[in-house]
Design a protein around this ligand. Structure first.
Ligand code: SF4
Length: 396
């Protein structure tokens, strides 16, 4: 994607970077991420490629936020972890005070890795706790137990990681509300600065979805999912973790700046296998397979699978789709200025309808979902789909 680098070379530096580390110890049956188990033989070539791709963007990025996700970024050995994080971060020139996050799984961090994280400048770790009940962790195919989560938090805190986010999966099959409440209690005992609480979704192509279609797992039940989400929302709020996005809660000032950039539809660069980038209306994705990605980068310093140009109506839609997930909502004047389309004209009927139903509210130019609206966000947002052809993807 040399042209993408050329396109941004004369513009302001990119501020937000996602880095993908696609390897895991084990593939979880509900997971549709680009993650691969038992691919240790590919790791070193992959790390070489990741550093090379970051260096190819050197000078075009001055990062305010960097998010290293996966996969399991801490599945690497301490040496590999240090090599790829130091190499990538050096090329991305994080600015003073940059938020640098690494995802980890309980059991995949020890003192040595925590020390590596702190030394290379990581200040935030997002830990996939998911549940504190052994039978649910087993059903989810997770290979850690609840004590691993507590130990990992201790190790990370002792190693100097200042901000910890814990992930929970809600409304797991057969999970009771009492179990959900106990999970939140365990989370709060660990005093995280941030919690992400997503309802389990059945994604296409996963083992969970196959089992659900065979009747071996219960079908999704929106009412039950909302009960679990409300319970978690209320317990976290009572403990001072403020809901700032449908599924995300933080101590004031500890919101994920990187994810806020996504929800505010900022430009971002994605590095690594399967990573998406979105820069000034152009979107592209790298090839998914880690070995094919490494080969592409080694041969041509690029590994794109496809790219597309996103028209203004679709950029406006994406800004509404992402921004309305935030409790702060969106600034319609700012979107009008950015895309040359006023949502108040383009979507007048839908806005009136959802305001009358109590799902949307205005405060000057700011539009946001009400508490009731957040419960039906997808249905409301679906009414803002533009009446023009969707972006056309071109294979590269
Ligand atoms: S550890 Fe995370 S990324 Fe890896 S397979 Fe499980 S859910 Fe997917």
């Amino acid at each position: 994607m040399k042209s993408a680098r050329r396109d941004v070379s004369s513009a302001a530096p990119l501020r937000h970077v996602y880095v993908h580390y696609p390897f895991c110890a084990h593939k979880c049956p509900y997971c549709d991420f680009n993650s691969h188990a038992r691919r240790e033989r590919d790791t070193d070539a992959y790390i070489d490629a990741l550093i090379a791709e970051a260096r190819a963007w050197q000078g075009l990025v001055e990062a305010d936020t960097i998010f290293v996700g996966g996969g399991t970024p801490t599945h690497a050995t301490p040496k590999q972890l240090e090599r790829y994080l130091a190499g990538v971060l050096d090329a991305l020139a994080p600015r003073d005070g940059a938020e640098i996050t690494v995802e980890a799984n309980p059991g995949s961090v020890d003192e040595e890795k925590a020390d590596v994280l702190r030394r290379v400048g990581v200040g935030r770790v997002s830990l996939g706790a998911q549940s504190f009940h052994e039978h649910h962790l087993q059903a989810l195919g997770r290979i850690h137990d609840a004590d691993d989560t507590s130990r990992s938090v201790e190790v990370l805190r002792a190693g100097g990681i200042e901000r910890i986010s814990l992930d929970l999966i809600l409304a797991v099959p057969h999970q009771t509300l009492d179990e959900q409440a106990a999970d939140v209690e365990r989370v709060l005992r660990l005093q995280p600065e941030h919690v992400s609480a997503y309802v389990l979704t059945y994604e296409e192509g996963t083992l969970f979805t196959r089992r659900m279609r065979q009747g071996r797992l219960p079908s999704p039940c929106p009412e039950r999912e909302l009960e679990h989400l409300h319970l978690v929302r209320d317990a976290l709020s009572a403990a001072g973790l403020v809901r700032y996005e449908i599924s995300n809660f933080a101590r004031p000032g500890a919101e994920s700046r990187h994810n806020l950039a996504y929800w505010r539809n900022a430009d971002w660069l994605g590095l690594g296998a399967g990573a998406h980038s979105h820069v000034r209306g152009r979107r592209w994705k790298n090839v998914d397979d880690p070995a094919a990605y490494a080969q592409g980068i080694a041969e041509t310093s690029d590994a794109p699978a496809w790219h597309e140009e996103v028209s203004s109506p679709w950029q406006l839609f994406e800004s509404l789709m992402m921004g309305l997930r935030l409790v702060e909502g969106v600034d319609l004047d700012a979107l009008h200025q950015r895309y040359g389309i006023d949502a108040r004209d383009a979507h007048a009927a839908a806005l009136v309808r959802h305001e009358a139903a109590g799902f949307l509210e205005h405060d000057g130019a700011r539009l946001r979902l009400t508490a009731e609206g957040l419960d039906v966000a997808n249905a409301v947002i679906g009414d803002f789909v533009p009446d023009v052809p969707a972006p056309e993807t071109t294979a590269t």
